[in-house]
Design a protein around this ligand. Structure first.
Ligand SMILES: Cc1ncc(COP(=O)(O)O)c(C=O)c1O
Length: 408
């Protein structure tokens, strides 16, 4: 059921497995014993769990959908878009079937198709979207402290064919919006934010959603707010939003005429019901994640070779994931730590792994000079982090993580 990240995990592990560890990350042969041992301690701790309103809360809405006979582009798509508009403080929200399709359609609507800059440390859907449009991808390095796209590296890209930058929210943290926007303005590049992981993030005291030409969010199962599968494009550009409304519906204009070449990328009304209800709980979900993260940081801060994603007061993270780095100072590698934690019933992941230019689909096709992305992809790991996580579960993760890292 941990579909969003699980999707990526299969890809991650299928590219180059941790030695002796199968797709699920468990050490072969010993997994059964480890499961048995752990079940005595109360079951495995999952990496993620989707947060969902109680099914009873949906019944009345679903009855309305049934009665209306409209299963897409109906009342609940509208309600979701209205609620998100208010939360993000933006003029336009276009619900969409996924963040990936939203990125593809946004770039298509903006006439982008030649060359796009993407960070080398992200989930590969970012660059896949550009490639689907037939564009070439230029990989840009990231900062080691906050893991987001590096303004210095971006400013150093001098390529007359580049048309746009996809700046990515990493684990919920917005990139350095103003610095990146300044560079893009100077170079004449369009700026789009892949905010798949970013719901709830803030920049300089304002919710993200209104930055760049558009921001594109995911509501897949691994996200803070989920619609089962789905996404949203947010923008202050009304003309762009109208075009996106056509493009998500094959390219159909107001009548039946096919004004554009779009995708079939509408959000179903069933998903819209779930997203609308879940989004109503954003504040409490953010507060819970903040508490969980504070506790992790406090507990793990003293462990040698463990480093955190760091950012200043001008940004707030939506805290979609909790990711630590296992640096050279640690007594063991990140991959070793991941294997040992799995053996002890704690689900964790190398994340993101590998650097995007090294995924099997791209290997050998793209040159990239992104040393920080390579370091991060060899050191970063996601620990269990979900909105329903109990104190007991988190204590167990902390205890086992400490044990693995300190050899106790
Ligand atoms: C950074 C990033 N971009 C894009 C995506 C793709 O989102 P979706 O599954 O909604 O297409 C993800 C999914 O996890 C992501 O993490």
């Amino acid at each position: 059921m941990i579909l969003g990240l699980a999707k990526s995990v299969v890809k991650l592990n299928s590219s180059k497995g941790v030695r002796g560890v199968n797709y699920s990350g468990r050490r072969k042969g010993r997994a059964k014993a480890a499961r048995g041992e752990f079940s005595r301690a109360g079951g495995r701790i999952p990496l993620l769990k989707p947060w969902l309103v109680k099914p009873e809360a949906l019944v009345g809405d679903l009855r309305k959908v049934w009665a209306s006979g409209r299963l897409s582009l109906g009342e609940y798509t509208g309600k979701l878009e209205d609620r998100a508009r208010e939360l993000f403080g933006v003029k336009e929200v276009v619900a969409i079937q996924s963040c990936t399709s939203g990125l593809i359609l946004t770039m298509k609507a903006l006439g982008i198709g030649k060359k796009v800059v993407v960070p080398d440390y992200t989930f590969p859907a970012t660059s896949h979207a550009a490639i689907w449009l037939g564009a070439e991808v230029v990989f840009c390095d990231v900062d080691l402290s906050d893991y987001t796209i590096s303004p210095e590296a971006l400013a150093g890209i001098n390529d007359p064919e580049v048309e746009a930058v996809l700046a990515v929210n990493i684990f919920g943290l917005p990139p350095k919006v103003d610095e990146i926007a300044g560079i893009c303005a100077e170079k004449g590049w369009k700026l789009i934010f892949d905010s798949a992981q970013g719901i709830g993030g803030e920049y300089r005291g304002r919710s993200i959603g209104g930055n760049g030409a558009a921001e594109v969010f995911s509501m897949s199962p691994s996200k803070l707010v989920t619609s089962a599968e789905g996404g949203m494009v947010t923008t202050n550009d009304t003309a762009l939003a109208s075009e996106l409304r056509e493009l998500r519906n094959y390219g159909k204009g107001r009548g039946e005429a096919m004004e554009g070449v779009g995708l079939s990328a509408r959000l179903s009304e069933l998903c819209a019901v779930l997203a609308w209800r879940n989004l109503g709980h954003l504040k409490e979900l953010l507060a819970k994640r903040e508490r969980l993260e504070k506790k992790y940081r406090k507990a793990l801060a003293g462990i040698k070779g463990v480093a955190f994603q760091e950012w200043g007061p001008e940004r707030k993270s939506g805290r979609n994931y909790f990711v630590v780095r296992i640096t050279e100072e640690a007594g063991k590698s990140r991959d070793q730590a991941v294997s040992e934690l799995w053996e002890q019933g704690i689900e964790c992941r190398r994340y993101f792994y590998p650097a995007v230019h090294e995924i099997p689909a791209y290997r050998g096709k793209y040159a990239a000079d992104c040393p920080n992305a390579v370091v991060l992809s060899s050191q970063a790991m996601a620990l269990p982090f979900y909105s329903t996580m109990t104190a007991k579960e988190q204590d167990l993760v902390i205890e086992r993580f400490e044990g693995v890292m300190t050899g106790r």
